[in-house]
Design a protein around this ligand. Structure first.
Ligand code: AMP
Ligand code: TRP
Length: 332
C-alpha cells in the first residue's frame, strides 16, 4: 500500500508559492495514494509563535487546503499536537539519531543563524519530530519541497538505524516525492527572490486570501522590464521578472513555459498581464471565496481537524504500541 504523509507549518500568509509549490500537488496526489496531511503546529513552536496567531494560522492553513481541493473525508487532515504518537516517537528518535547527523542539517544553521547558543532545543531536534511524523504512520512516500530533502534523508537513516539497533524490519524507507523546480515562484517585486510569507512587502506575493481586485492590482504593479516578451525561453536570460511571470502563467494554466512564451511572443507586458490577471482570478477566485467561507466557520474547521485526528490516531496508536514493545517499554 502506498501511503503519503506530508506536513505544512501553520505560519500564516499562505501565498501563490505555497499553492503552486505544495498544496496543489497534494490535491493531485489524492487520486493515487492514501494521504495523511498534517498541520505541524509542534514544528511551528520551534520558533516563537504568538498563541492567538498560532490558533488562527492553524485554521487558515486548514481552510486553504480544503478550499484548494483536499478531500478531508477520503483522506486525513489534522493538526500534529492532537495525536500523541508524534511526541512519543520523536522522543525515541531523539535517542536513535546522532548529534553528528543533526549537526549537518543546513536548515538549522539557516534558522539559528549567528545565535546558535540561543536557539531552542526543539529547533535542533526538529528533524527527529519530522521523522516521527512520517514513521508513526509507516508512510512510504513523502511529498516535499527541495529544501526538505535533507530532513527526509535523515528520516531514512533513522528508520534504518532503529531497525538495525533493535534487529527488526519495522520501519520502511520513506521515498521522497520532490516537487519540481518548475513550481518555484519568485517575488513579484524582485524576480531573484523567492515569493515568501516573510517578505515585508505584501505586493511581493499573491496571498490565497486576496480577492480578485487585489490580485489584479498586484499583477499590474508587478515588476517587469521594458522589452516585449520573447518567443523562446532563451530570450528570458537575464530577465528574472519576465521569467517568473511566464512561469506563473505556465503553472496556473498547466502549460509548458516554452508554449506560454510562444503564445505571447513579441507582446507587451501590459497585454500579457491582462491575460495573467484573468487566469489568476479564474484559478484563485473560487479558492479564495471558499477559504473565506470556511474561515467564517471555525467550528466547522475544528470538527474537520478533530475527525482527522481520530482517524490518524487509529493508524498511529497500534504502530506506537509495537514500537514500545520493540524498545522494551512496558505497555501503559
Ligand atoms: P513555507 O511555509 O515557506 O515553509 O512553505 C511551505 C511549502 O510551500 C514549502 O515546502 C514549499 O514546497 C512551498 N513553497 C513556499 N514558497 C514557495 C515558492 N516561492 N515557490 C514554490 N513553492 C513554495
Ligand atoms: N518541515 C516541513 C516544512 O517546513 C514540514 C513537515 C513537518 C513535514 N513534518 C513533515 C513535511 C513530514 C513532510 C513530512 O516544510
Amino acid at each position: 500500500m502506498k501511503r503519503i504523509f506530508s506536513g505544512v507549518q501553520p505560519t500564516g500568509n499562505l501565498h501563490l508559492g505555497n499553492y503552486l509549490g505544495a498544496i496543489r500537488n497534494w490535491v493531485r496526489l489524492q487520486s493515487e495514494f492514501e494521504c495523511i496531511f498534517c498541520i505541524v503546529d509542534m514544528h511551528a513552536i520551534t520558533l516563537w509563535q504568538d498563541p492567538k496567531e498560532l490558533t488562527r494560522n492553524t485554521r487558515e492553513v486548514t481552510a486553504g487546503m480544503l478550499a484548494a481541493g483536499v478531500d478531508a473525508s477520503k483522506h486525513i487532515v489534522f493538526n500534529q499536537s492532537t495525536v500523541p504518537a508524534h511526541a512519543q516517537l520523536a522522543w525515541i528518535f531523539n535517542c536513535v539519531a546522532r548529534m553528528g547527523w543533526l549537526n549537518r542539517m543546513t536548515q538549522f544553521k539557516d534558522k539559528a543563524g549567528k545565535h546558535k547558543e540561543n536557539a531552542s532545543v526543539g529547533l535542533f531536534a526538529y528533524p527527529n519530530l519530522m521523522s516521527a511524523d512520517i514513521l508513526a504512520y509507516r508512510a512510504t512516500h513523502v511529498p516535499v519541497g527541495e529544501d526538505q530533502k535533507q530532513h527526509l534523508e535523515l528520516a531514512r537513516d533513522t528508520a534504518q538505524k532503529f531497525n538495525n539497533d533493535f534487529g527488526v524490519e519495522f520501519f520502511p524507507q520513506p521515498e521522497p516525492l520532490i516537487f519540481g523546480a518548475a513550481a518555484r515562484i519568485m517575488s513579484l517585486r524582485d524576480g531573484t527572490k523567492k515569493m515568501s510569507k516573510s517578505d515585508e512587502s505584501d505586493y511581493s506575493r499573491i496571498n490565497m486570501t486576496d480577492d480578485a481586485d487585489t490580485i489584479a492590482l498586484k499583477i499590474r504593479k508587478a515588476k517587469t522590464d521594458l522589452e516585449p516578451l520573447p518567443a523562446t525561453l532563451d530570450g528570458l536570460e537575464g530577465r528574472p521578472e519576465a521569467s517568473n511571470l511566464l512561469g506563473i502563467y505556465a503553472a496556473l494554466s498547466d502549460m509548458e513555459k516554452a508554449d506560454v512564451a510562444a503564445r505571447f511572443a513579441g507582446r507587451q507586458f501590459s497585454e500579457f498581464k491582462k491575460d495573467l490577471v484573468d487566469l489568476a482570478v479564474s484559478v484563485l477566485g473560487p479558492i479564495n471565496a471558499e477559504m473565506k467561507r470556511l474561515m467564517d466557520d471555525p467550528a466547522h474547521i475544528d470538527s474537520v481537524l478533530r475527525s482527522g485526528a481520530e482517524r490518524a490516531d487509529a493508524i498511529a496508536r497500534p504502530i506506537i504500541a509495537e514500537v514500545y514493545d520493540i524498545v522494551g517499554f512496558l505497555k501503559p
